[in-house]
Design a protein around this ligand. Structure first.
Ligand code: F6P
Length: 364
């Protein structure tokens, strides 16, 4: 007799019974099944890597650049194709939008349409592929306007609070799937032998306190004063105002950092900075900010721009960028307070020895 394990399929049926109020049609479960089939295809491709010629940039000599102005990897394109191929025929979608495609993707004529919109980042952290570090897929499910067969771009511009579900996969030592439908966060491990996701991390929750932060410190000279203040105080450790030593991590793969924070707490920051004033942040609101914020909040954490809850930001563009600060609640509260102190002029203009010309985080 094998021990009882809950597969994702069983989990979705249970959720449908618990939260569907007897009205569930099975459409949502069908959509999640299609998305997770794509995730298994991508996991397999990432895993095989060089064996199937999947590494390197897309487009050979003349590297192809996506709508974000970033060089596309072969696996970016393969992952995007996998999601479109698995999901467009599911019958549950009215349209899709991907970080890798400039325009929204309409369901081809002849295929059945459904009531949901799917927004996704097919391969987050893809600059890490060639160095064999964890990457992932992020998705967000929205409702299409009722009765609208052919949604337009504007229909995708819904605040994160409207999400029906959000999830991400991490292709790491194990392939993990983490998702929420607004009733907590659950984590699944892909059992490759049977090709199924198994519920291994039920009810994930983020400790409210942490001593670990993640930020790309090479941007420190461009940070705004509240972020400089926060990081400087962490770096001062036991001898500074925090009175405790902090640890720092930067994987440059948001899905991997999110997974770490869901597992042991921490704070992730890709804040607004002055590096490129035309960009109000590095990460994308619809493909990264909103789905990750939904998961973080459902696990008891917080997710803000610095001054505003990310899920309440009214989107103005499909590929809009946003400042992102999320993780352990008490730490995000503190960073928010530093932003508000700064806005009210309550902090002295932040001048830290750590940001002077002769130190590690050089300011000039
Ligand atoms: O948006 C893609 C992404 O790779 C994130 O996963 C990651 O957190 C960030 O960009 C890394 O940015 P940088 O290369 O500036 O550290």
């Amino acid at each position: 007799m094998s021990e009882h394990r809950t597969t994702l399929t069983q989990y979705l049926l249970d959720q449908q019974q618990k939260h569907g109020g007897g009205k569930a049609t099975g459409d949502f479960s069908g959509l999640i099944n299609a998305i997770t089939t794509a995730i298994k295809v991508i996991s397999n491709q990432v895993n095989k890597g060089a064996l199937i010629g999947a590494l390197g940039n897309y487009g050979g000599g003349g590297d192809s650049v996506n709508v974000q102005g970033e060089v596309q990897k072969k696996l970016d394109v393969m992952s995007n194709d996998a999601i479109i191929n698995e999901c467009q025929g599911s019958g549950h979608l009215a349209g899709m939008a991907s970080e890798e495609m400039e325009e929204i993707y309409s369901i081809p004529a002849g295929l059945k349409r459904g009531k949901y919109l799917l927004v996704f980042d097919p391969l987050d952290g893809s600059s890490n592929i060639d160095v064999n570090i964890s990457v992932g897929t992020i998705f967000s499910v929205l409702r299409a306007p009722e009765g609208k067969e052919n949604p337009t771009m504007e229909d995708f511009l819904q605040p994160g609070t409207q999400q029906v579900a959000a999830g991400f996969a991490v292709y790491g030592p194990s392939t993990m799937l983490v998702m929420t439908t607004g009733h907590g966060v659950d984590g699944f491990t892909l059992d490759r032998d049977i090709g199924a996701f198994i519920l291994t991390h039920p009810k994930m929750s983020i400790p409210a306190d942490t001593k670990e932060f993640a930020i790309n410190a090479s941007n420190s000279r461009f940070w705004e004063p509240p972020v400089k203040r926060y990081v400087d105080e962490c770096l001062q450790g036991k001898t500074g105002p925090r009175g405790t030593d902090f640890n720092m991590r930067w994987i440059a793969s948001m899905v991997a950092e999110t997974y770490r924070i869901l597992t042991r707490g921490g704070v992730f920051m890709y804040p607004r900075d002055t590096k490129d004033p035309s960009k109000p942040g590095r990460l994308r609101l619809l493909y990264e900010g909103n789905p990750i914020s939904f998961i973080i909040e459902q696990a008891g954490g917080r997710s803000i721009t610095g001054t505003q809850r990310i899920m309440e930001v009214e989107p103005t563009g499909l590929h809009q960028r946003i400042a992102v600060i999320f993780g352990s609640k008490n730490e995000v509260d503190l960073i928010e307070r530093y932003h508000s102190d700064h806005a009210q002029g309550l902090d002295r203009e932040f001048k830290s020895p750590l940001f002077n010309t002769r130190t590690l985080f050089s300011a000039e």
